[in-house]
Write a protein that binds this ligand. Structure first.
Ligand SMILES: [Ca+2]
Ligand SMILES: [Ca+2]
Ligand SMILES: [Ca+2]
Ligand SMILES: [Ca+2]
Length: 379
């Protein structure tokens, strides 16, 4: 039987279960920044069959640093389980960091909860880690976490890890996480963990950068920076940001990771290029998997170029790892004058292949094979 216990500075153990609390950070009234430090259940670690409560956090406003831990400040091990926690960012110049479950690592059979982060309209710098600030190992699992920031001012920056900011190893499994940001100038988004090794499996994540009215940079990785050993990427959907203002927006999309080595395997991912309005610029650099070495294998990926009226993908689009043997495909949606393979103009330029589709253009870097109807989809 579980026993409900209020917040403790120590550990949660045995069948202790943290209460469901509402924690509100202080607003700032002085000219220097202040820090709110909020923890949902345990100031120490969680062991045995302990559980975190479902907590609700509100960050403070006006030049405030909010640092929030949904369940445990330190580690989660054994069969411990995080609660489903909710964080809402403060307004005006707040800097928000939210760890959904453990500030440090998760091991054994621990499980992260399903946590939710919603940024305030003027939350300036947001860092979200869905489950563990450190590593996830053994048979531990990340929860299904959700991050949303609809920024109202220019210059907002978001960093997101769906599961762990460190390594996922052993038989660790990432959750199915969701990232959605619009109006932000810089997004660095990783679906699962910084690195994945052992037999870690990435979750199936939805990572979406919305519209900005000006330049900026978005880096989206479906699973990790680097995958090694027998790590397996999830089947992720990545959407680059669009640009309705001036300046240049750069989208870097990696279906799995920057590098895959050992016997790691990429997932089957769908990558949407970002768009730009007339007079603004978008640059899409797309990798279905990442740089493969050793015995690493890529998945079956789809690269989507979808125009939306005056918002088009334009001509600065490159696919870095298009592969016919992996059954990758290129899809054009709502591109004016392009309904079938016959509407495409395909030329070679040194070691590249250039596809012209109406006003849009896609370059397949280091690809000199002959493209056929089977390589394309139209809608
Ligand atoms: Ca909690
Ligand atoms: Ca979580
Ligand atoms: Ca993933
Ligand atoms: Ca892939």
């Amino acid at each position: 039987m579980f026993k409900r216990v209020p917040f403790t500075l120590g550990d949660l153990t045995d069948h202790q279960w943290g209460t469901d609390d509402i924690l509100t950070g202080a607003d700032n009234t002085i000219p220097r920044p202040i820090t709110n430090f909020l923890v949902g259940d345990a100031g120490g670690s969680m062991f045995d069959f302990s559980r975190g409560g479902d907590d609700t956090f509100f960050g403070g406003s006006f030049n405030v640093i909010n640092i929030v831990y949904g369940d445990a400040l330190r580690n989660m091990s054994d069969h411990s389980k995080g609660g489903d926690d909710t964080f809402t960012g403060g307004s005006l110049h707040s800097v928000n960091t939210f760890y959904g479950d453990a500030g440090d690592s998760m091991s054994d059979h621990s499980e992260g909860g399903n946590d939710t982060f919603t940024g305030g309209p003027l939350s300036f710098v947001n860092t979200f880690v869905g489950d563990a600030g450190g590593h996830i190992s053994n048979h531990s699992k990340g929860g299904d976490d959700t991050f949303t920031v609809l920024a109202a001012t220019f210059g907002v920056s978001n960093t997101f890890y769906g599961d762990a900011a460190g390594n996922m190893s052993g038989h660790a499994e990432g959750g199915n996480d969701s990232f959605m940001a619009s109006g932000s100038t810089f997004n660095e988004v990783t679906g699962d963990a910084a690195t994945m090794s052992g037999r870690a499996v990435g979750g199936n994540d939805y990572l979406t950068c919305g519209n900005t009215s000006g330049g900026g940079e978005n880096i989206l990785r479906g699973d990790a920076f680097a995958m090694s050993d027998f790590a397996h990427g999830g089947n992720d959907v990545l959407t680059g940001g669009s640009n309705s203002g001036s300046g240049q927006l750069n989208n870097f999309l990696y279906g799995d990771a920057l590098s895959l080595s050992g016997c790691s395997k990429g997932g089957n991912d769908i990558l949407y290029a970002g768009t730009a309005a007339a007079g603004s610029t978008v640059n899409n650099v797309m990798w279905g998997d990442g740089l493969l070495s050793g015995g690493a294998e890529g998945g079956r990926d789809q690269f989507v170029f979808k125009d939306d009226g005056v918002m088009t993908v334009g001509t600065q689009n490159t696919i870095e790892d298009f592969s016919q043997s992996q059954h990758d495909q290129i899809k054009f949606i709502d591109v004016a004058g392009v309904q079938s393979f016959d509407d495409l103009v395909i030329t070679q330029s040194a070691t590249d292949t250039v596809i012209t589709a109406g006003e849009d253009q896609v370059t397949l870097h280091n690809f000199t094979g002959s493209l056929t109807e089977k390589d394309f989809l139209f809608a």
